[in-house]
Structures are given as structure tokens and as C-alpha cells.
Design a protein around this ligand. Sequence first.
Ligand code: GRF
Length: 203
Amino acid sequence: MTKKVRTAVLISGRGSNLAALIEACRDPKFPATIALVFSNVETAEGLKIAAAAGIPTKALSHRSFASREEFDAAIDKALADANIELICEAGFMRIHSDGFVRKWEGRMLNIHPSLLPAFKGIRVHQQAIEAGVRISGCTVHFIVPELDSGPIIAQTAVPVHPDDTAETLQARILVEEHKLYPAALKAVAEGSVRLKNGKAVFL
Ligand code: GRF
């Protein structure tokens, strides 16, 4: 049987990428299993997706903690309690403390709905439309302390049509996110890509 890397998915909302990762993990040959879904939003829709799939969930509001460091310590404890080895952030709307990022360096991924390094931060699809680009897409990267700046693992390009709105572009990119994130998680979990000297290196 394939050794399964115990993975946590961190979310703040809808959880459609979480659903795609759960689906991929159903394959007995997939090298990861989702052992915990954590959210900083107790009402996040994605928590229901996890519960329906029988995956343990934990929700803690960042507002109950005095500092970023204390919130990250609570996340870290939840991860340790579930013996987590790898983290996938999927629409998790909190920035981590440097210490947390350093601890999980090379073992923490994020998906972002643009072709990084273009259009970091929020209102990403609107940024792409306002810039007038003809191609956008999505990126899975290792997380580093600077937002949306980590070493890139995988990207998919998507056309931007002249009549696109942020909503239509988002929908087109999301379809690709749901394919890209499972593929990137597979590559990291099976050890075919890893973080080395600040770059994602394929072996
Ligand atoms: C996705 O577009 C992801 O790229 C971004 O946040 C969104 C989360 O959507 N980081 P969902 O919760 O996975 O549906």
C-alpha cells in the first residue's frame, strides 16, 4: 500500500479546492491523506465538506488570540495532535508568523488564482482584468514569509476574454485550480518535488 503523507488543509471559506483534494485522496494510490481540516472561521462552508467526508475538523477564530504568534501556536498544536506532516492552504485568509512559516518550510503549500508573480494579494481577478492581460491562471507554491512569493511548484495558464468580469474569470481559473492542486500535492507528497535553496526542485 502507498505510504500516505498526513496532510492538513487550512481554509477560511467555500472549500472547493478542499473538495478537489479530498476527491484525489480517495484514490488508493494517491500518496497523501487529509487527516485534518482547520479553519479560522467557525462557519466556513468547507468545514461541512470535510465533515461529510468523515475528516476531522478544527475551527479556532484568530480573534480569540492576542497575537499572530499565539494563534499560530494553537494551529501548530492542532497539527501536532493530528500528526500532520504537510499543510495545504486553500483560501486560508490569514498571514502566518515568520516562526510558523520557518517551522513548516518546504512542507506548506498554497494555491493562488493568478500566474505569480503577477497579481499578488486580494481582488486578484479584478487586478488581472484591470491590467488587460490576455492570459492569467493559477499557481501552487511553497509558502514563505512574504505573501504569495514562495517558490513555484506548478502553474496552469487560462485565457482572459475581452468581455470577462472578475466572476467569469474566477470561474474559468477555478476549474484549473481543482486539477492543479491535487497534482502539486501528489508531487510533493511522493517526493518528486522539494524545496531546495529557495527553489522548487523536481527530482
Ligand atoms: C481559490 O481561488 C484559491 O486560489 C484562493 O482562494 C480561493 C479559495 O476557494 N487562494 P475555495 O475555498 O477553495 O473554493
